[in-house]
Design a protein around this ligand. Sequence first.
Ligand SMILES: NC(=O)c1ccc[n+]([C@@H]2O[C@H](COP(=O)([O-])OP(=O)(O)OC[C@H]3O[C@@H](n4cnc5c(N)ncnc54)[C@H](OP(=O)(O)O)[C@@H]3O)[C@@H](O)[C@H]2O)c1
Length: 238
Amino acid sequence: MDSFKNTGDDPASIAAVFGASGTIGTAFVTALADSGAFDRVIGFSRSSTPRVDLLDEASIAGAATALAEAGTPRLIIDATGFLHGDGFMPEKSWRDLSADHMAHAFAVNAIGPALLMKHLLPLLPRQGKSAFVTLSAKVGGIADNRFGGWYSYRASKAALNQMVKTASIELARKRPEALCLALHPGTTESPLSDPFAKQGLTVRSPAEAAALMLDVIDRKTAADSGGFFDYSGAALPW
Ligand SMILES: NC(=O)c1ccc[n+]([C@@H]2O[C@H](COP(=O)([O-])OP(=O)(O)OC[C@H]3O[C@@H](n4cnc5c(N)ncnc54)[C@H](OP(=O)(O)O)[C@@H]3O)[C@@H](O)[C@H]2O)c1
């Protein structure tokens, strides 16, 4: 993470991970701590103090206050997400569509990350490289939808991608060196992917996925802000 190394201007440079309790989130926290590029690495989740629940904006505001008090956040990674659970499985057909399922997917995958942007993007420094990165999914790309199904997940990640692009434009006005990115981790061993990781598909360990994505974040510059990239750094179709 050489591009984020503290140049001495920051009292304390911070990397923050939201969804730090998750499979990929945990791997990010470990890899960021091991990198030594930040003075502190702070993980937020529904089991951290302060607790952050994407369905509760006040908890997001509380995390923003805690981060601002801790130092200068240079890298913020949102590794939260919802595909299945609470009785919901990805839809195979329009017959499976449910308002509750769609509302939950949008709340966690699009509205929650947008509220993270609202409260956290203003904390990024005005000078030097900084980044807000959210984990999207390739299946959120509308142009690449060849198999159908997974309505709520696909549509909520497409909405997330639009939030990233829109916020990147506003971010660039006062923070020309900052990035706002959507990243696809690739299929990664986790409870989220477990029921769907088909044979023949490359499935990476969370540590490998996190290392690849940190390398991508390190290599990307402000010219890439607002983009949607995979774990190798390749641009994905919207
Ligand atoms: N794994 C893959 O193959 C794959 C592929 C493409 C994209 N992705 C994306 O990568 C991201 C991370 O996935 P993962 O595999 O690491 O999944 P995971 O292990 O299930 O982790 C999901 C994380 O989201 C958090 N979360 C869910 N609802 C939340 C809420 N209301 N408020 C705050 N946090 C909430 C969970 O917190 P709790 O621990 O509190 O439940 C957990 O930290 C997701 O955005 C996913 O869509 C994953």
